[in-house]
Design a protein around this ligand. Sequence first.
Ligand code: ZN
Length: 160
Amino acid sequence: MQIADDRVVLIHYTLTNDAGETLDSSAGSEPLAYLHGRGNLIQGLESKLAGRVAGDKLDVRVAPGDGYGHVDPALTQSVPRSAFPDDVDVRVGMRFQTQSERGPQVVVVTHVSDESVRVDGNHPLAGQYLNFAVEITDVRAASDEELAHGHVHGAGGHHH
Ligand code: ZN
């Protein structure tokens, strides 16, 4: 069965950046299960999997525009240190959820001084080329319930 819209696809994958660092991998665990054509994978990867079959292996390089987007300088801002509670030890690398005009947003602290805290709301992988090594392990028809929910149930998918 070929990968097409509304089919359930199971893949093993390893994601590396251009420095050769492994960012994410399904190796050693269950394959990732997703419902094709519903935007559950980043677009640049999903589009390359269409028409493939179980057993296929492929390398997919995804540009930022088809991945997690470009770095948006407007998402980086300085916040007064006084905006954080005194009893919170604000450190570089901490993540906070904030409210923005676009709804809840996760920001990461990138710099801390006595007066101010610099936070960045860009996705950690924004601006990066993503190199996926993918092996397709199974392709099957989705159940009516999976189609109604827009995601996969059972092994590798949702349990609810
Ligand atoms: Zn469901």
